[in-house]
Design a protein around this ligand. Sequence first.
Ligand SMILES: CC(C)(COP(=O)(O)OP(=O)(O)OC[C@H]1O[C@@H](n2cnc3c(N)ncnc32)[C@H](O)[C@@H]1OP(=O)(O)O)[C@@H](O)C(=O)NCCC(=O)NCCS
Length: 184
Amino acid sequence: MIVTLNESRVAVTENLVRRVFPWQNPLERMFYWAWRRRGQSSVRLLLRLVGISAIDDTWIYLNDAGKVCGTIGLYARTEDAAEARWVSWFCVDPETRGQGIGKSLLDHLIEVVRSRGYRYLRLYTGSDPDEAAAQLLYESRGLRETRRKPFLFVPYDKIWRELELDAEVVSERTDGESKQGLNP
Ligand SMILES: CC(C)(COP(=O)(O)OP(=O)(O)OC[C@H]1O[C@@H](n2cnc3c(N)ncnc32)[C@H](O)[C@@H]1OP(=O)(O)O)[C@@H](O)C(=O)NCCC(=O)NCCS
């Protein structure tokens, strides 16, 4: 079952993300700190200074026992906030991979971005072999590579991907609808 993340499960979700991505850079490590405080104007200002105009929803996948097995989220960057949303932390617990959880989280996210009227879903990822399964999943969902460049301190590339969403849906968007529920 996919549900929107709230305060009650943010710590366990953060732990999952830290376990899957132990090498987060200092800014990436701040994500859940900022998520918890995203309604505060000082935090919004701080986020804008690093090019983020909003932290939107995050979703988690709960198994029958209520355990968080995976997560995915959305945020907005200042340079393209009017037309795009970006994928924030996306991962599945190593113990529950290969069961379709990643696919359902990504499909859910694509539908949300489509229904909110944005033209593009964008993300950055890496050529690290630990993220190889994600590349296959992204390709299968039409998230095509748009750019790549070497990371500074690790022997992998940073890869940008993008999915252009249905133009018909985008044309139905009104400004009021597109902003609903997005900014905290
Ligand atoms: C990417 C990830 C979220 C996929 O989660 P998952 O629940 O295991 O994925 P699913 O079971 O839904 O499978 C989705 C697709 O991933 C790929 N995949 C899954 N397991 C794989 C494996 N062991 N080897 C290669 N590809 C694999 C396949 O393309 C699969 O589609 P298919 O079943 O139609 O072949 C998970 O592997 C993960 O957390 N990886 C580490 C974190 C990461 O890379 N996040 C993205 C960084 S930007």
